[in-house]
Design a protein around this ligand. Structure first.
Ligand code: GRF
Length: 187
């Protein structure tokens, strides 16, 4: 099996990156993580790229035309698939057009509910009964591309933001690899 050379974009902790790296080391997993891009120099997730000897780059998104730089790196590493994992920047329509249905993201809610930031505090405010995560294709509208996989859990009255995050991330670590397998089973 020829694995798709994949770039993972991060901004922070990188627990999904680590999880994907571990899965991608399995022979039958459809992707190989060939590049990690962070827009944050201090993202903890960069340590996982270092640990597993995966090339990583920091991209300063304040610089004009920074996406051209990204495209050059995609070319250098032959990237054909992109996973956003806690990347806190909007991907431009230029990149989305070039990589149509080749960019996916994970979001900590049951989309279309709670798009955007601060999902857990908003969920608690609204007395939501269910939490969860969604892996979806990235299109030009924030958190709006079609869903690949969703996983949910029941919110208890004892839950706070911290416990919701913990429960959500546990599901995310199952959902993201499953979604990638599903994407490549279809194509
Ligand atoms: C995840 O909860 C994901 O849903 C959201 O950002 C968080 C990233 O977590 N988009 P990590 O950096 O992978 O630990």
């Amino acid at each position: 099996m020829v694995k798709k050379k994949t770039c993972v974009f991060i901004s922070g902790k990188g627990s999904n990156l680590k999880n994907l790296i571990v899965h991608s080391r399995n022979k039958s997993f459809p992707i190989k993580i060939s590049l990690v891009i962070s827009n944050n120099k201090n993202a903890y997730g960069i340590n996982y790229a270092k640990k597993y000897k995966i090339p990583f780059i920091f991209i300063n998104t304040k610089i004009k035309n920074y996406e051209n730089k990204i495209l050059l790196y995609f070319k250098k590493y032959n990237i054909s698939f992109i996973c956003l994992a806690g990347y806190m920047k909007i991907i431009s329509s230029n990149l989305i057009k070039r990589y149509k249905r080749k960019i996916i993201n994970i979001h900590p809610s049951l989309l279309p509910k709670f798009k955007g930031l601060n999902t857990f505090s908003r969920m608690l405010e609204k007395n939501e009964k269910k939490g969860g995560c969604t892996v979806h294709y990235v299109n030009e509208k924030l958190d709006s591309g079609s869903t690949i996989i969703q996983k949910s859990f029941t919110i208890s009255s004892k839950d706070d933001e911290k416990s919701l995050m913990k429960k959500t991330q546990k599901l995310e670590h199952k959902a993201y690899p499953e979604a990638i397998i599903k994407v490549f089973r279809k194509s």
